[in-house]
Design a protein around this ligand. Structure first.
Ligand SMILES: *Cc1c(COP(=O)(O)O)cnc(C)c1O
Length: 488
């Protein structure tokens, strides 16, 4: 039978074009990656801006191959490559191969996991993975959850549920300005951002003191809660971080859980980074107490080697999710008792990201993921030892997970000079392209940061990065001394 399908759309009659397009894209990618020797080309903003601006979007090239070649030049030639072992900057991981196969299916089938009639088995697969994750956390059979776009959205949803729970007790939405969240200054900025989105007051997030290592001080939490109550505040949630973004610290979850249970306060554990420990064969105990949380954020796109996006919020009592359900009859008639995920999500149309984790677990199994996460944590401890022994460098405290804070500070550099030099050094390293590290400010001082999420990064790679930093540091202090001599 003759059909006149569009030649531009995925269908049974364009499979040749489809397979050659996907093949062409992956071949081009392989070709580029084969030539990659460093995480970044070093191109400046101005250079890339010019190239992108030069494209006339109203003059199509007419074929995927030509468009791919243009994109290879505009994008691939200047992408930041997370699989390169000297990319050690942020919480980005090299991605698991089975997940990339899943991506091929996800985007072409284009299921939307909002209603049953747009996803069918996709919804069931997502639900199995939520159950699996809840099991790893240690939640009982009443648990529930949903895949989200990332830790930011997971945290927002968790705090929304906590807000609704608090308001259900107070029965009065005018109580919102009095609600308080307790978290340390090391918690993720999405906590404060969420408080703003949720209509809470500017001082709604109360900074709980940390001990000398950067973990929440449980005694200080009790005092902060009492103080807030005395001032007329209503404690809404405590956010414990399991793996802070900078120091990788894990707040004492069990102690905090005991306080929250006693006081009837929602406990959210932000394990966006530390969730890799759920599958660790050697360090799972670091998360002890997490099973007592009301909600948990997990970012599979950080420590499960998943492509962006892949995250989830998991709650211990599934019924708490129902408070946010809003009915749209066209999507979800009340009469149909079908498994509709839209009731539990802040999104409506939503990618079937769960398939990537499914494929990864079905291919590799969770122990392998846990071992890879353990390997980067081991590496962090080793490189911390290495830095501590090097007179040109100063290391911050011992790592807990896979971040290591340090700075280039040979004897002649004062702390103030070092604080001034480090951000510029980091910038120069970035535009050299050979290695990328992160930077952060703690207690008013600037530190460089290795975030290790690539098990392929060896100690030799890290020695090379330290030598690059040393070289740039010497160059920059030399320039400074010369400038000072000219001035004199
Ligand atoms: C990365 C991170 C987030 C935010 O997650 P996204 O996936 O980037 O939105 C939240 N909390 C912590 C502790 C994180 O490390």
């Amino acid at each position: 039978m003759e059909r006149s399908d569009s030649p531009h759309l995925f269908s049974a009659s364009t499979l040749d074009v489809y397979t050659s397009g996907v093949w062409h894209a992956s071949a081009l990618l392989a070709d580029r990656v084969k030539a990659v020797r460093q995480p970044y080309s070093g191109a400046t903003v101005t250079e890339l801006q010019e190239q992108v601006d030069a494209v006339d979007l109203d003059q199509p090239l007419g074929d995927t191959g030509a468009a791919l070649h243009e994109v290879a030049r505009l994008y691939l030639d200047n992408a930041v490559w997370f699989h390169e072992p000297t990319y050690v900057a942020h919480l980005n991981c090299p991605v698991a191969l089975p997940a990339l196969s899943a991506e091929v299916l996800i985007s072409a089938v284009n299921s939307s996991v909002d209603t049953w009639d747009q996803s069918t088995a996709g919804t069931l697969i997502e639900r199995r993975l939520i159950d699996w994750t809840a099991g790893r956390i240690g939640f009982g059979p009443g648990a529930d959850g949903i895949f989200t776009s990332g830790g930011t959205q997971s945290n927002l949803q968790a705090l929304l549920l906590a807000r609704e729970e608090a308001l259900s007790v107070h029965q009065d939405r005018s109580a919102i300005p009095r609600l308080r969240i307790f978290a340390t200054t090391q918690s993720h900025f999405s906590v404060s951002k969420s408080a703003g989105i949720l209509g809470m007051s500017a001082d709604a997030v109360i900074g709980v003191a940390t001990d000398h290592t950067g973990k929440m001080d449980a005694a200080a939490l009790t005092v902060a809660i009492d103080d807030a109550r005395r001032d007329g505040g209503i404690p809404m949630a405590v956010v414990a971080t399991a793996g802070t973004t900078d120091l990788g610290r894990i707040d004492p979850v069990a102690e905090i859980a005991a306080i929250c249970e006693r006081q009837g306060i929602w406990l959210h554990v932000d394990a966006a980074y530390g969730c890799g420990l759920l599958v660790s064969t050697r360090r799972r105990h670091l998360l002890d107490g997490i099973e007592r949380a009301d909600s948990v954020t997990v970012d599979f796109h950080k420590s499960y080697f998943q492509p962006v996006s892949s995250s989830a919020i998991v709650v211990r009592r599934g019924e708490t999710m129902r408070r946010i359900a809003v009915h749209a009859d066209y999507l979800n008639p009340r009469t149909a008792a079908l498994p509709n995920q839209v009731d539990k999500s802040l999104q409506t149309t939503r990618r079937f990201d769960a398939l990537k984790l499914w494929m990864t677990l079905r291919t590799m199994g969770s122990d392998q993921i846990g071992d890879m996460f353990d390997a980067v944590v081991d590496r962090a401890h080793d490189v911390h030892t290495l830095i501590t022994a090097d007179p040109d460098f100063e290391a911050a405290a011992e790592p807990t997970l896979s971040t290591v804070l340090f700075r280039y500070r040979p004897g002649q550099l004062s702390v103030a000079e070092c604080d001034e030099l480090m951000p510029r050094l980091r910038q120069r390293l970035f535009y050299g392209g050979r290695a990328i590290v992160a930077g952060t400010t703690i207690g008013g001082h600037y530190w460089l940061k290795f975030t290790l999420l690539n098990p392929n990064t060896t100690m030799d790679n890290l020695r090379d990065v330290l030598d690059l930093i040393r070289g740039i540091g010497r160059e920059m202090t030399g320039e400074r001394d010369e400038a000072a001599a000219v001035m004199a």
